[in-house]
Ligand binder design. Sequence first.
Ligand code: PMP
Length: 395
Amino acid sequence: MSNNKWSDYINPSVKRIPPSGIRKFFDLAAEMEGVISLGVGEPDFVTPWHIREACVYSLNRGRTSYTSNQGLLELREEIAQYLGSQRVHYDPKKEVLVTVGVSEALDIALRTLIIPGDEVIIPTPCYVSYIPCTALAGGIPVTVQTSMEDNFRLTADKLEAVITPKSKVLLLCFPNNPTGAIMDRETLLQIAELVEKHDLLVIADEIYERLTYNGQHTCFASLPGMRDRTIILNGFSKAYAMTGWRLGYAAGHEDFIAAMNKIHQYTMLCAPITAQVAALEALRNGKSAVDKMVAQYNRRRRLVLHGFKEIGLTCFEPGGAFYAFPYVGDTGLTAAEFAENLLLEEKVAVVPGDVFGPGGEGCIRCSYASSVEDLTEAIKRMGRFIKHRGMKKVK
Ligand code: PMP
C-alpha cells in the first residue's frame, strides 16, 4: 500500500487548473432567494418552437441512432451554405465537422494544432475556457491585453508585440465574451497580414457572430489568405437559444478537419442526432426568430447602457454578444469586492472581470440576456448600492 493521498494520483496539469471563477458566484447566488442574475452567459429565450417541433417530429419517427462521425451530411451542407453567405466556401464532405457545442470544437482544435510548448496567443479579457483548454492541450497561453481605450479591440501593434518564434495559434473571439467588443474590418486585415507574415494559425470562435448591433460581422476566414489558416468555430447555443442542445461545428482546411475528426470519433463518436436535426431546422428556417431575438437584445443593450450612465458607471459600448462590461473601479472597490457585496447587499449577481484574465480588473460582466423588468430592477439596485457606498472618484 502506498501512502499517497488520492489527489496525488491526479495529473498535475489538471491539478494546476483553478476552478472557474464564475461558478463561485453561481453557487453563492443559488443559495439566496430573490437574486437577479446577470451572471450567466445564456439566452433567456427558449429555443424557437419550430426547432423544438422538428426535434419532436424526428423522435416520433424513431430517429434515435448515431450519425456519421462528422455529422449528418444535410446539416454539413446547410452549414457550408451558411458560411458561404459570409463569403467563405467549404466542402461539406471534407471541411465541416459537427461537434458537441463550440466547447468540444475548441478543445479538439487546440489538441489538433498544439505540439507541447507551442504558444497560443489569447487576447484578454477572454472566455474562461481558453486558458485552461490551451494548458490541457500542452500549449503555453500568451495573453495580450485589450483595453477599454481601444474599445477592447485587438490591435495589430499589441499582437505583434507578443509574437515569438514559438507562437503558433492566435485564438480570436469576436464578438467577444466578456466585453461585447467587435472588430472592424480594417484592423482584422492588419491582423491577417501579421498572421501571414509570422506563419500563424487562427482559431476563430465566432459563436456570437449573429448577435451584432452596429453593422455586419466579418468572418475571419473570409479575409484574403486566411481561409486555410483559420479554423472557424460556431454553434447554435447563442443565436438560436440552444445552449442545452450542445451543438456546434468547426470548418477549415480538410487536413485540420480530418485530424480533428480523429479525436472526435474516439471521444464523442458523434453529436446527438436529435440536436443535429434541430440545428438543420434552425439553419433552414430560423432566421426570423434570430432577428427577433437580436432586436430584443439590442433594446436591452440600450436600456443597460443608459442605466449605467444614469447611475454613474463608465461603460464602453458593446457592439455584439449580450454582455456589458462596465468599469466599477471608481467605487474604490475591486471588481471581486463589488460583485460580492452587490450580491450580498442587493441580491444582484454579476461576474468580476478579473476571472476573464488580464485587462478585466476593475470591470464586471453583466449579461443583458434577461427580461427588461429584471434589468431595470437590477440597475435600480446597483444604483442604490453605489450611492450607499459612494463613488471615490466623481466623474
Ligand atoms: N465560446 C464562447 C466565447 C462562449 O461564450 C461559449 C459559451 N458561453 C462557448 C464558446 C461555448 O459554447 P457551446 O455552448 O457551443 O459549447
